[in-house]
Design a protein around this ligand. Structure first.
Ligand SMILES: CC(C)(COP(=O)(O)OP(=O)(O)OC[C@H]1O[C@@H](n2cnc3c(N)ncnc32)[C@H](O)[C@@H]1OP(=O)(O)O)[C@@H](O)C(=O)NCCC(=O)NCCS
Length: 187
């Protein structure tokens, strides 16, 4: 059984662990190995803790917790963060991060985390929402499956490497609330 709840400052270490594990599996062969190895759990943890404490722009996180997981971090196996958008020209609300450990994918947990964030963004008054995704990341198909439309494409240099990021948007935000309304039964 997996439950979703609002993230607390004390979850930051576990969120950082999930962040590192997910980046290293998702971006192997996409981003430079040296960059992936250099990621610091301590630095990421400080960033997540600050975001949760400051709540700037309605920033919030939601964590997914698997029952009976004997792992550090109280069973946190994934999370989502977001708030009012840093790019209002694209959409009013923004999903900033969404990470799930490999063994917990394809069970509808990503959709449930998106549902929690969509409700949060709507409660802040956001009438639309978006997420950035690197073009080479298969998560773009997940966003399309949830009804998002390609809204922007930007070339950038990330980790010393040229890449392209895509903005996927839900306009109005109700399209995301509808797409995430039904969930698979937890396995
Ligand atoms: C993206 C991610 C959160 C998806 O979570 P998930 O729990 O596996 O997704 P769900 O099981 O909720 O899938 C919801 C729907 O999207 C589809 N889907 C999920 N990932 C997909 C993919 N890579 N390609 C195509 N469809 C996908 C599922 O098949 C499901 O479709 P359904 O409506 O027919 O059931 C997860 O794969 C992940 O953490 N990836 C690595 C981190 C990452 O890239 N994050 C995004 C950064 S921008």
């Amino acid at each position: 059984m997996v439950t979703i709840r609002r993230a607390r400052p004390s979850d930051a270490d576990a969120m950082a662990r999930v962040h590192l594990a997910t980046w290293r599996s998702t971006y192997a062969g996409v981003l430079p190995e040296a960059y992936l190895t250099s990621l610091s759990a301590h630095q990421e943890s400080l960033g997540y803790e600050r975001g949760i404490l400051e709540r700037r722009g309605g920033h919030a996180g939601f964590v997914a917790i698997a029952d009976g997981q004997e792992m550090p971090g109280g069973g946190i196996i994934g999370f989502i963060t977001g708030g009012m958008s840093r790019r209002q020209a694209i959409a009013e609300g923004e999903v900033e991060t969404l990470y799930l450990l490999d063994d917990f994918r394809d069970r509808g947990i990503g959709r449930r985390l998106m549902r929690a964030m969509a409700s949060h963004l709507a409660s802040l008054g956001a009438e639309s929402a978006f997420a950035w995704v690197l073009q080479d990341n298969p998560a773009r198909w997940f966003y399309e499956r949830l009804g998002a439309k390609l809204a922007a494409r930007e070339d950038m240099v990330f980790a010393g490497q040229k890449t392209t990021q895509l903005a996927y948007a839900w306009e109005p935000i109700h399209t995301l609330l509808t797409a995430t309304a039904t969930t698979k039964l937890p396995r």
